[in-house]
Design a protein around this ligand. Structure first.
Ligand code: AVJ
Ligand code: FE
Length: 390
């Protein structure tokens, strides 16, 4: 490839990924862009601004001479958690800001995109900037998934249960054949290897010892989860962690998020609106406590992230993020990068659990079997599911 086609490919990759975030928001009404019903959910307009701020702050400002920021006040509004970059609006206030308006934020995106396109075609786009550009694009893709989960929460907690989009015509495939896959004890290697992008938390590749284990080739279905509910799973402390049982009691938890028992039927909110629960579909929107309690009730357990990664070439994955029983910790060789981007993943390596796989909300091309997602134990709003091991 000539330098010119490399540049054209880069610009195309940039514009395609940036456009996709706006496509996700296209079905929204203006009011949908602004609300923050819980602290974990960010207003869609905030995601659109924050991802733009990321390119402006980490690429254009340090690398494109004479670049002028779109609005100097936006740093305070769209900095998520970078102490290196300075003060920011507290997270719980993201939904209290009627300004910048949605239309201002779309103007901000356009301004930054025009400058990014010029930058990518300039001599300032050197090899040294490539990792940051990759990080910026992968960051945008992470927020595309968050946009979908947050939009679902916003619409799914509105008493009108509005649909985000019309029913898709794609038939869901249910495979019936459930099997426990066996693996022998031994030394295996996990962690990212090869070409292409990975996040710092997937490095370095290292050896792990695993005992004999079995892991299911299928995710737990709504039907199986319903059996747990009907067997009194939410009213018997014995399958729950202490913190999990506290969560059940404090929240009067009785079912996964978005489930509603209406007129003697289990319904659930989907992106197409309120629908009857499909019993053959993989259970979704359960937190780590629920996943663990279900596994315990079954007399099984959740896989560790190493078991999951070693086994992952032998089953289909990608429709749900799968809770593992591994704490989100640095790999033995983990190195925190210098500067603000060192805050990207490393500082969250406490009090969270690892999820493996991907989900129906994950953008195409943004999954790998070494990808380490992570969330706190009580959170249900991501597209999470359960795979059993023993
Ligand atoms: C990896 C999904 C837990 O939600 O904070 C977004 C992704 N990192 N911006 C998160 C992320 C920086 C991250 N998760
Ligand atoms: Fe972010």
């Amino acid at each position: 490839m000539t330098p010119n086609t490399i540049t054209t490919d880069l610009v195309k990759k940039y514009t395609d990924i940036r456009k996709h975030s706006e496509e996700i928001c296209a079905p929204l009404e203006i009011e949908d862009y602004v609300v923050q019903p819980i602290v974990d959910v960010s207003p869609p307009k905030w995601h659109l601004g924050h991802t733009t701020w990321f390119f402006e702050t980490f690429i254009l400002q340090p690398n494109f001479p004479d670049y002028k920021v779109f609005d100097a006040q936006y740093n305070f509004v769209f900095n998520s958690y970078y102490e290196t970059i300075g003060a920011r609006v507290i997270r719980t206030d993201r939904g209290n800001l009627s300004r910048p308006s949605v239309s201002d934020i779309y103007k901000y995106r356009k301004y930054v995109d025009e400058h990014m396109e010029a930058f990518l075609q300039s001599a300032f786009m050197t090899e040294a900037v490539e990792p940051l550009l990759e990080l910026g694009l992968n960051h945008e893709q992470q927020h595309q998934e968050l946009l979908i989960t947050d939009i679902k929460y916003i619409l799914g907690h509105n008493p009108l249960f509005p649909a985000y989009k019309k029913e898709s015509t794609v038939k869901k495939e249910h495979s019936e054949h459930v099997e426990m896959l066996s693996f022998s004890e031994g030394i295996y290697e996990i962690g990212f290897k090869g070409e292409g992008f990975c996040f710092d938390n997937e490095l370095g590749r290292h050896k792990v010892f695993l005992n004999d284990f079995e892991i299911s080739n299928q995710l737990v279905t709504n039907q199986e989860y319903l059996q747990f509910i009907e067997a009194g799973g939410y009213s018997d402390f014995k399958h729950w962690h202490a913190e999990g049982w506290d969560w059940v009691k404090q929240n009067h938890a009785k079912s996964p998020l978005y489930w509603h028992f209406i007129d003697d039927k289990w319904m659930h909110y989907t992106l197409n609106g309120l629908r009857e629960l499909d019993l053959n579909e993989a259970v979704c929107h359960i937190n780590f406590f629920e996943a663990s309690a279900f596994a315990s009730w079954k007399g099984m357990r959740l896989p560790t992230e190493a078991e999951w990664e070693v086994a992952s070439n032998h089953f289909n994955w990608g429709s749900r993020w799968e809770w593992t029983n591994s704490a989100y910790l640095p790999y033995p060789d983990f190195k925190k990068e210098a500067g603000a981007v060192g805050e990207y993943n490393g500082k969250f390596m406490v009090n969270q659990m690892v999820l493996r796989g991907a989900s129906e909300a994950t953008p195409l091309g943004h999954s790998r079997n070494t990808y380490r997602n992570f969330f706190q134990t009580g959170l249900q709003w991501q597209f999470t599911g359960i795979r059993l091991a023993q």
